[in-house]
Design a protein around this ligand. Structure first.
Ligand code: SAH
Length: 460
């Protein structure tokens, strides 16, 4: 983050702008929404600027900028649409001690003005550090559509009602009140006021809420592979208890006030014991919280889900499962392959490389058959063991094996090999993220060809 977003109080502060054309007008329209003391220095100013000066909204200094014009200014805008003049005035303002922005010149600006969605007092500022102005505009457009034009009015009325809401205990109850209030679009001030009174009454007399647990699949990493239900659960959670494998981008989606607790485990390698995790889940739910237990992929696949369900059952805590996309699904999608295929395999196995007791044993004889397909979770460390067992049971050394690391994430990597070379190839590839081993699957030829082409290009 090169630019840190802040909201600056401009009441009574000096803001100076140099320029009198279109660029100046665009900035002034924004600045006039604030309570700053605005001065415009321009030898030639557009009629709107002159009109604003006449009505006292700003001060117009009708000449070119001179040293001292930006003294005591908090912010300075160079908006002359002339590089040489902008550089000159920026230098003067800099000497006067103001923070300087040169319009359309990110490089030489000390601050930038974001795209703004204005529902005063609610303001959304969107910045892309100059990387994608088109994207900023499209985000602004979709926010403009999403946020009711009455939001500002509702926020102002809500703010005036805050002291009355202190009758509700701090925390979940007060939050539930406000989210109920903002959930409905109230068009008029008197309706909003009435609604607040009714809502407060309802919330003050509501029976004690019971907590519950959603056991939620976070998918393989790409936030777009979250289900809508998972998204909703994260939006509403009071407490989120997440595994280490859950991608940070997904944790970002949790409600800002939610308490975020790491269960710190990856697959079968817990650093917080399962009993401690169960206890965490149950105790938060019992204190009335909506707990989201967030697990990577699908919670029903190698997720020790049943132990957590049993703990909830034993404590009489309500629970639901929100399924997710398991990493095997994301993995084969990246390979351009199907998990099952007519004439190749009519069954697929999801197996684990190791379990709580060490290397996991499987029906190696069956897995060694031609055409078998298996997605091996937690298979990195046990790759040599699996390779040895399969070869010992007669698997063909040429059997395709593909390892995919960080499936669906930007850092995704694919190792395409064969059973006889799985090790040492995997160790040499130095995968350090979560990885799945696919037995009996190679990336589709087209993907492989594309990759080879890229490698060749890189080598040139
Ligand atoms: N419930 C999860 C699996 C948990 S076990 C699911 O449905 O995907 C943890 C193992 O899942 C890891 O050791 C790794 O083998 C696999 N895994 C999880 N996320 C992955 C990803 N993005 N890419 C590749 N493998 C992943």
């Amino acid at each position: 983050m090169k630019h840190f977003p802040i909201f600056m109080a401009l009441e009574g502060r000096r803001v100076v702008l140099s320029g009198g054309g279109e660029a100046a007008l665009a900035k002034l329209r924004l600045l006039l929404k604030t309570e700053a003391n605005i001065s415009v220095v321009a030898a030639e100013a557009a009629p709107e600027i002159e009109a604003w000066a006449e009505s006292g909204k700003l001060t117009l200094i009708p000449r070119a900028m001179e040293p001292g014009d930006a003294l005591c200014a908090t912010l300075f805008y160079a908006a002359n649409e002339d590089d040489a003049e902008d550089a000159r005035v920026a230098q003067l303002a800099h000497l006067d001690g103001a923070l300087v922005n040169i319009v359309d010149n990110l490089e030489d600006s000390q601050f930038i003005t974001p795209a703004i969605v204005d529902r005063d007092p609610v303001t959304v500022a969107i910045g892309t550090e100059g990387a994608a102005p088109v994207l900023a505009r499209s985000i602004k457009k979709s926010l403009e559509e999403q946020l009711s034009p009455n939001l500002g009015l509702m926020a102002r009325i809500g703010k005036a009602f805050r002291t009355k809401v202190e009758a509700l205990p701090f925390g979940a109850k007060r939050r539930a009140f406000w989210s109920d209030y903002y959930a409905a679009d109230v068009g008029y001030a008197d309706v909003a006021q009435e609604r607040l009174e009714d809502l407060l009454d309802k919330h003050l007399h509501a029976p004690e809420r019971e907590g519950w647990v959603d056991l939620v699949g976070a998918g393989p990493g790409d936030p777009e592979l979250l289900t809508l239900k998972a998204r909703k659960a994260l939006d509403n959670a009071d407490v989120v208890i997440y595994d280490r494998l859950v991608a940070p981008e997904i944790l970002e989606l949790a409600r800002r006030e939610a308490v975020m607790l790491s269960a710190g485990k990856e697959g079968f390698g817990p650093s917080v014991t399962q009993d401690a995790i169960n206890e965490m889940i149950v105790s938060h739910a019992q204190s009335g919280a909506h707990v989201v237990r967030l697990k990577s992929g699908d919670p029903t696949v190698f997720g020790r889900l049943d132990e957590e369900i049993e703990a909830c059952e034993a404590a009489g805590v309500t629970w639901t499962i929100v399924p997710g996309i398991t990493s095997a699904s994301a993995g084969v999608a990246a390979l351009g392959q199907s998990l099952t295929k007519r004439g190749r395999n009519s069954a697929v196995r999801f197996i684990t490389g190791h379990d709580t007791k060490g290397y996991a044993d499987h029906d190696w004889r069956a897995l060694a058959q031609e055409g078998e397909v298996a997605a091996i979770y937690m298979g990195k460390k046990s790759a040599r063991f699996i390779q040895g067992r399969l070869l010992m049971h007669g698997a063909h050394p040429e059997t395709p094996v593909t390892v995919i690391e960080n499936a669906s994430r930007a850092s995704q990597r694919i190792l395409s090999t064969k059973l006889s070379e799985l090790e040492p190839s995997l160790t040499e590839a130095k995968f350090d993220g979560p990885a799945l081993v696919f037995l009996g699957l190679a990336p589709r030829a087209a993907l492989q060809a594309a990759e080879e082409f890229e490698q060749k290009e890189a080598a040139v």
